[in-house]
Design a protein around this ligand. Structure first.
Ligand code: UDP
Length: 235
C-alpha cells in the first residue's frame, strides 16, 4: 500500500446522502464498507468527521446566536456523527475508538495523542470528535492538526467532487482537473481545497492532501494503493 497511516476527513454533509438533514443510514453503511476495504489491507485509519449535516456555528450567527455558543454546538454535532460512524464500523466487525477534544467521558475517550497512536498501531480505527475543541476553527483544521500529531502519511479529503479543478466543475463544463498541484500553486491560483488555516498548517508541516470522490465505490482503496484518481496536493 502507498499509505500506511491515513487521516480520512469526511464532511458532515456527506453523511446526509439523499436526505436534507441528519444522517442517512445507507450512506453510513456504504462508507463503513469503503473503510473496511482498506482496514482489511492493514492501513492504519484515523478519521475526522464534520458536523455540517446537523449544525454549523456560522448558521447560528445568521439567526442571531452567539458565535462561540454556535461553534460548541457544531462541535457536539461532530460527536453525534462520530458515534454514528463508530456504530456503523463496529457493525461490520472493525474495532474502533472515539476520542473527543471536549471531554465527555461516558461516551468517548478524551483525546490523548499517545493513546490514539497506540490504538492505530493495534489496528483500531480512531475517530476524532469535537474538532479541535476550540471555536472559530473547522474540522478541516482538526483533520490536519490530528494528522500531524499522529504522524499520518497523508490527509485524504473525501468529497463529492473528484479532485481540485481550475474553476468550479459544477458550474463550468470546461473546468480542468489537476492530478498533482503544489501548495503554492493552490494559493497563487486562488483555488479552494480547505480553509486557509487548515491549508497553511498542512503546507508548513509538509503533509500532503489528496482530494477525491468518496462517493464512488472502491475509490478509497484505490488511493491507498497509490492510484491517482483524485488530486494530490504536495510541496
Ligand atoms: N467547529 C468548531 N471548532 C472546530 C471544529 C468545528 O467550532 O475545531 C464547529 C464549527 O461551528 C463548524 C461545526 O463545528 O461549523 C461543524 O464543523 P465543520 O463545518 O468543519 O463540518 P463539515 O463542513 O466538515 O461538515
Amino acid at each position: 500500500m502507498k499509505y500506511n497511516r491515513i487521516l480520512l476527513k469526511l464532511s458532515g454533509e456527506a453523511l446526509m446522502g439523499d436526505l436534507n438533514y441528519g444522517i442517512d443510514p445507507k450512506r453510513l453503511a456504504e462508507y463503513a464498507d469503503e473503510i473496511k476495504q482498506i482496514h482489511d489491507k492493514g492501513v492504519e485509519i484515523a478519521i475526522v468527521i464534520g458536523g455540517g449535516n446537523i449544525f454549523r456555528g456560522v448558521a447560528g450567527v445568521s439567526s442571531g446566536m452567539d458565535r462561540v455558543q454556535g461553534d460548541y454546538m457544531g462541535m457536539l454535532a461532530t460527536v453525534i456523527n462520530g458515534m454514528a460512524l463508530q456504530g456503523a464500523l463496529e457493525d461490520k466487525g472493525m474495532k474502533t475508538r472515539l476520542q473527543t477534544a471536549l471531554k465527555m467521558e461516558s461516551i468517548a475517550e478524551p483525546y490523548i495523542k499517545r493513546r490514539a497512536v497506540r490504538h492505530l498501531e493495534k489496528g483500531r480505527i480512531v475517530i476524532f470528535g469535537a474538532g479541535t475543541g476550540n471555536p472559530y476553527f473547522t474540522t478541516d483544521t482538526a483533520a490536519v492538526l490530528r494528522g500531524i500529531e499522529v504522524n499520518a502519511d497523508v490527509i485524504l479529503k473525501g468529497t463529492r467532487v473528484d479532485g481540485v479543478y481550475d474553476c468550479d466543475p459544477e458550474k463550468n463544463a470546461s473546468a480542468v482537473k489537476f492530478d498533482y498541484i503544489s501548495f503554492e500553486d493552490v494559493l497563487s491560483k486562488g483555488l479552494n481545497v480547505m480553509d486557509t488555516t487548515a491549508f497553511t498548517l498542512s503546507q508548513e508541516n509538509e503533509l500532503p492532501i489528496v482530494v477525491f470522490d468518496m462517493n464512488k465505490e472502491g475509490n478509497l482503496v484505490k488511493i491507498c494503493e497509490g492510484q491517482n484518481i483524485g488530486t494530490v496536493v504536495t510541496i
